[in-house]
Design a binder for this molecule. Structure first.
Ligand code: SF4
Ligand code: SF4
Length: 141
């Protein structure tokens, strides 16, 4: 079901049979007032995994598992990425590969060839205390 039409596409609610998914099937720039860049927030544990070169450039926190070190983007106290400012990525042109290659919704940023994985959208179930304070859905009510 279409919630809203925007310049590059639509914002939709879809059901997968037992859960509702909020989907931003359009370009990110058109919907930041609605999605509030939630893909860069709600990082309960660690943020995107980094290559050594990205870690050097962007900062990192390390997790050691089975004698291997994995490097991740750090997050702030509110769980948002350290590079997010006013819902914009401060390192947009040099962001990590994981950020470049993923989009939250199945038909998001369709003109961007760097995106390799598109997900099913946002489950309409808050999973972090901060999301209770800023429920995305309220924007549509
Ligand atoms: S990937 Fe999704 S949540 Fe992230 S900025 Fe784009 S539309 Fe918003
Ligand atoms: S580096 Fe940029 S795109 Fe990646 S999580 Fe941080 S703010 Fe978001």
């Amino acid at each position: 079901m279409i919630l809203k039409e925007v310049k590059s596409g639509t914002i939709d609610i879809e059901s997968n049979g037992f859960m509702l998914m909020l989907q931003f099937n359009c370009n990110c720039d058109d919907v930041l007032p609605y999605c509030q860049a939630m893909c860069c927030k709600m990082r309960m544990g660690y943020n995107a995994m980094l290559t050594d070169e990205e870690a050097e450039r962007l900062g990192h926190v390390d997790v050691v598992k089975d004698n291997s070190v994995f490097k991740f983007l750090p997050h702030k106290a509110d769980y948002s990425c350290i590079h997010l400012e006013n819902d914009r990525c401060k390192v947009h042109d040099q962001k990590p590969r994981m950020c470049m290659e993923e989009h939250c919704s199945p038909r998001g940023n369709m003109g961007d060839p760097t995106i390799k994985r598109r997900f099913g959208g946002w489950l309409l179930l808050p999973n972090n205390p901060a999301s209770f304070e800023r429920p995305v859905v309220q924007k549509f009510i």
